[in-house]
Ligand binder design. Structure first.
Ligand code: KG4
Ligand code: ZN
Length: 338
């Protein structure tokens, strides 16, 4: 079976092909130009997706040594994401499937991230705890199968990636902030400033807005002229990153006490962070669990995870119908939190 996946929910256009369960192509075109605006400009993103999606499909087919007619299923991200950006990939993929007379499977972007660990040689084992840390979401999930996900907790305000991006902006680093904070942290002291970790009633929920405000107050108090020496920037970045790590580890440890799982999978754009990866590897080792963190190309937005998830939905008997809601509902429990 040959599966073609398309992802266009934000600022990455990606096309992937999985042929007989083997990933043959995962092409990702990142829209770097947003950095000069300090964040993603939706209209520009849609236009860039429109320009690149067809050439990417051609290149992916060439790389996979396949022709369009060889494709059996076409999958595309159906949401959540920027509506204009989503519509480009979604309607393109739907039209392609229709013209070829092939099956179309809409895929929820977050479900794509949740199963991205399966793109690795060493795969998660059900049931597993998925820690989703991306620009728009922070979720703690119990994943029982390819069609059963239980939401344990989510952020009550900002997502982890959003906090990274906002703090980076405060430090004058530009967008996207995650990789820049990580780099500055390498030369900083993470114990220099004791930034707070939210203590919520629900032990599985997250909150990063207080942390973000604490960083802002610290900067305002200590550097009122906004002139922050590099050594201080590094310390703030490292201390902030460490507070995010503590929050993620705290809730995951709690979930490990209460849920019987064999694996932990850390996924999403923020899972690219080397210190966060290390902390989760340490936690898993301490608790005797298998840890699956996708390679960097599968952490950020990519179509491989969309093609993979689409194939699993197809194998589970899910089919797209024309009277289907345009954005596929997530399994009970998860949907309400998004
Ligand atoms: O999953 P993703 O590519 O897009 C969404 O679905 O949101 O995640 C993007 C987020 C951005 O907030 C970006 O700053 C963050 O992932 N990110 C990182 C790192 N690389 C990307 N955050 C921390 N450390 C990184 N190395
Ligand atoms: Zn994403």
């Amino acid at each position: 079976m040959n599966v073609l996946g398309v992802e266009s929910s934000c600022d990455e256009t990606s096309v992937a092909i999985i042929s007989n369960d083997e990933l043959k192509a995962n092409l990702i075109s990142s829209q770097d130009f947003h950095s000069k605006y300090g964040g993603v400009v939706p209209e520009l993103s849609s236009r860039a997706h429109l320009q690149i999606v067809t050439p990417l499909v051609k290149n992916a087919l060439e790389k996979s040594k396949l022709k369009l007619e060889d494709i059996d299923i076409v999958c595309a991200t159906a949401g959540p994401g920027l509506i204009g950006a989503l519509l480009v990939g979604l309607t393109f993929a739907k039209g392609l499937a229709f013209s070829l007379g092939k099956i179309f499977i809409p895929v929820n972007h977050i479900e794509g991230h949740i199963y991205s660990g399966f793109l690795m040689e060493e795969k998660p084992e059900f049931p597993y705890l998925a820690v989703v840390v991306s620009g728009g979401h922070t979720l703690l999930l119990l994943v029982r199968s390819f069609t059963e996900i239980i939401r344990l907790g989510s952020t009550v305000d900002d997502a982890a990636g959003e906090a990274f991006d906002k703090v980076a902006k405060m430090l004058g680093m530009g967008y996207p902030g995650g990789p820049k904070i990580q780099k500055a942290s390498l030369n900083g002291d993470r114990n220099k400033i004791d930034f707070p970790v939210a203590d919520l009633k629900d032990p599985y929920n997250f909150s990063f807005s207080g942390l973000k405000t604490a960083v802002l107050r610290y900067i305002q108090k200590n550097f009122p002229d906004k002139n922050i020496p590099e050594v201080e920037i590094n310390n703030i970045a490292a201390s902030f990153q460490y507070a995010v790590i503590r929050a993620l580890i705290k809730n995951t440890s709690k979930a490990l006490e209460n849920y019987e799982v064999s694996s932990i999978s850390l996924v999403g754009g923020v899972a690219a962070n080397s210190e966060i990866r290390k902390s989760f590897i340490d936690l898993a080792e301490k608790k005797g669990k298998k840890i699956i963190i996708p390679a960097l190309e599968f952490c950020g937005d990519n179509a491989a995870m969309i093609a993979f998830t689409g194939q699993k939905l197809f194998e589970a008997g899910k089919r797209y119908r024309n009277d289907y809601a345009p954005f596929p509902a997530l399994p009970e429990g998860l949907y309400s939190g998004l």
